[in-house]
Design a protein around this ligand. Structure first.
Ligand code: ZN
Length: 183
């Protein structure tokens, strides 16, 4: 990124000229660190669980799932899609850091529902290079959760697949709905 968005006027830290959202985050961190005490944890998640979720800003995973600092690994990307890189993280999570359960969370109103794989063509037309990655767009969120569960369960690298469950988070009610892997 070569540019950064301005903080909306009226916010506390937007008083300084040339302020950016990153300035605001760094200022918030200084306040956080003042109250922070070393919890003395190691890197192994207390609840032995990895949560794979969409990056959507309306999904506050810790609040929505009652999670505390140190409880879980959170792996997020556009769509909460199980890509090769998510498998990489899950493999390290299970084999090196002791997690045993996987929770997959997609959500209502996901931006990926309005995209198609044609997005790659648009990018190629604009920048002259076709991305190596798939867009992973979808139309049926339940089916996409099932596909994600299947990708975890069939990965040769992920050893613990007995407890892999998938959900759709409703951004309007805050409720999770479980997706039946067999439907
Ligand atoms: Zn999303």
């Amino acid at each position: 990124m070569t540019t950064s968005a301005s903080v909306p006027t009226g916010s506390e830290s937007a008083m300084m000229a040339g302020d950016t959202v990153t300035h605001r985050l760094v200022a918030a961190n200084a306040r956080y660190a003042e109250a922070f005490t070393d919890p003395g944890m190691d890197a192994r998640p207390v609840l032995h669980v990895a949560v794979v979720a969409c990056m959507d800003a309306r999904l506050d995973l810790h609040a929505a799932l009652g999670l505390e600092l140190g409880d879980c690994h959170t792996i997020r990307n556009a769509g909460g899609v199980v890509t090769d890189d998510v498998i990489r993280s899950l493999t390290i999570s299970q084999r090196k850091l002791g997690t045993r359960s996987v929770v997959l969370i997609h959500h209502t109103g996901c931006g990926l529902e309005s995209l198609t794989e044609d997005f790659r063509n648009e990018l190629e037309a604009e920048v002259g290079q076709r991305p190596a990655w798939a867009v992973e767009s979808f139309r049926d969120v339940d089916q996409d959760v099932r596909q994600s569960m299947q990708r975890v369960r069939t990965s040769p690298f992920v050893p613990h697949t007995d407890d892999v469950r998938g959900f759709v988070f409703d951004v309007q009610t805050g409720l999770l709905r479980e997706v039946d892997p067999a439907s």
